[in-house]
Design a protein around this ligand. Sequence first.
Ligand code: SF4
Length: 150
Amino acid sequence: MQKTANRRHFVQYFSLAGFTLIAACSDKPAPTPEPAPVAPPPPAPEPASAPAPDAAPMAEPAPAAAPAAPATSAKMPLVDAKDPQALALGYVSDAAQADKAKYKNFVAGSHCANCALFQGQASDTEGGCPLFPGKHVAAKGWCSAWAKKA
Ligand code: SF4
């Protein structure tokens, strides 16, 4: 019995001494456990889509320029009595020269300034007429399309 116990102690001491001897003779340091991998940081929060309340408001786009008003008062060329449209309507720059024999509808005292289609003021010497776009008619003129101004 004593012999068995000595043998057991020998095996225990020998294995412990062997391990210590191997560790002491090694050039490498004893292995150390690797650190646990570090988790990546959480993603940054998304920026808010709405502007901050104190942010400067965006500039409004400039409105498009309004279309120019018809230039009824602007200087335009006068209608030439020899213009085909003028000839077709019997236009004359002076109502006194209207062909009353040809235009039986001529009314005494009628002229462009008191015509419903005249676009100028009563005091204007000339003004626009939709029958002659881009041109002016004489206030004293006349044509067969004359209609009494209301
Ligand atoms: S429609 Fe009236 S304004 Fe025009 S040319 Fe004739 S008379 Fe003059």
